[in-house]
Design a binder for this molecule. Structure first.
Ligand code: GRF
Length: 197
């Protein structure tokens, strides 16, 4: 199975996914890292890991739909079977999401269904929540929605800022995203879930 990872920024989740595949903890090949931002720091990390990279710059397309087809064609050209959105900051259209339905995952830094959208950590602190976390889910046409594959919880500590909380959550993201990808691949192949150890 070939996995394509879509990024817009630092790409630490992408690195966690690639490491897991290259170490054999996830039985798949990282076939492509695609960024919509030419300056994304994750691109250099992907190159250093030996993963093919592509830039599909959304500003070069006349419409959202044209951008989506550019992304789709690039994924197909690299024979991608499963897509992981990893800090990919563009909303994909209904048609694109429908084409990949069941084979596209996203990680979101909140305990969904709480805090869809942006600034999740600031919103959780502001609300006085005692815990925060991250969610890996299948992508559907609704933003940050769709069947949940994995969640991790962390405490919110007194004195936390959005940055300190984000760092705590990010560590958990790197743990659960490879696990959730492995599970999605097994399901796609019709295999039973990993037996508990
Ligand atoms: C992560 O917190 C992810 O959940 C969110 O954006 C951040 C991306 O971080 N969607 P990175 O690019 O994987 O380092």
């Amino acid at each position: 199975m070939k996995v394509g990872i879509l990024i817009s920024g630092g790409g630490s989740n992408m690195v966690a996914l690639v490491n897991a595949m290259q170490a054999g903890r996830v039985s798949a090949t990282p076939a492509l890292v695609l960024s919509n931002r030419p300056g994304a720091a994750g691109l250099a990390k992907a190159r250093a890991l030996g993963v093919p990279v592509a830039i599909v710059d959304h500003t070069a397309f006349p419409s959202r739909r044209a951008f989506d087809s550019g992304v789709h064609r690039t994924l197909r050209a690299h024979h991608v079977d499963m897509v992981c959105l990893a800090g990919f900051m563009r909303i994909l259209g209904r048609r694109m999401v429908g084409t990949w339905q069941g084979n596209m995952l996203n990680i979101h830094p909140s305990l969904l269904p709480k805090y869809r959208g942006l600034n999740t950590h600031a919103r959780a602190i502001e609300a006085g929540d005692t815990e925060a976390g991250a969610t890996v889910h299948r992508v559907t046409a609704e933003l940050d929605d769709g069947p949940i594959l994995a969640q991790a919880r962390v405490p919110i500590l007194s004195g936390d800022t959005p940055d300190t909380l984000a760092a705590r959550v990010l560590k958990e993201e790197h743990r659960i995203y490879p696990q959730a990808l492995a599970q999605a691949l097994r399901e796609r192949l019709g295999m039973p879930p990993e037996p508990p150890i």
